[in-house]
Design a protein around this ligand. Sequence first.
Ligand SMILES: [Zn+2]
Length: 307
Amino acid sequence: MDEPGRPEQLLAGAGILLYGSAMGSTEDVVVRAMTNDHAFRVVAAATTQAAREVAAKQRVTGEAAKALAGIATGAVLLRETMAPNLRVQGILRGAGGKGTIVGDSFPDGSVRGLAQLKGDRSAFSLGPGSLMQMMRTMVRGGVQQGIVDVGQAGGIGEAITAYFHESEQLVCLARVGSRWNGDELVAAGGFVVQLLPEAERPAHMIMTQRLEDFPPIDEWLEKPDFSADLLIGELCLGMPFTELARSPVFFSCRCDEAAVLASLSTLGHSDLQEMIDDGKGLEIDCDYCGREYLIEVERLRALLEKS
Ligand SMILES: [Zn+2]
């Protein structure tokens, strides 16, 4: 499998790292490595500050915030493992059809999220019947997707593991987690280990045993020096490995007026006409980041003519 270099992302990362240190937080980063015998690919991410901002923008707490941090981290890991140059969206549907939570990860390392919940912004269940859908948006616009039963898998990381098994037919282990102090997110991150087809039997057995004995992600998140590098180092302990890519992870929303206008195209003629007749334009917030847009009447009129 080829591992394209991504110099543009490393450059883009320079400013972000400064931002991270200015906030006094450990840097959020996703690191991709491969053991030198080409047997294993390991991807690990620290997403603490990014997940914190995603949760704050969506005003979620409790189980909903945990699910949002988990799926945002999962989308980052999945993108970095399978499709670094594509957008990956992870969508969780709560048990009993209650609520939808989205993690949205882009090739530049930016991540954002969405929590569509009725009423209580802390409640969300990943119990029986909850589903995870992973969507990869291809460069030319197509979409690949897969759906996994999260309740049956036993969690988001476990569901990602199942997704890898089904879509790639590779032996893999994925885990994501977050540690909270009340409503404050202290640490978030996760990892993916894939056994590549070239893995020879002895190496395969060593890694399989290591993954079986590997402490739960929550234990790693407890460590004050928790980082992506800590996870990579422990997962590859005693195995020479090469770092293939390192990119920053950060909260950012890609909304602009054009995107907001596009979302309005679902409105009917009569709704648009009504807003135009009102003569005040339309105030609308981005669902992901809350940025406010004022759509002028002329723009609404143009939209009406196009529709
Ligand atoms: Zn936005």
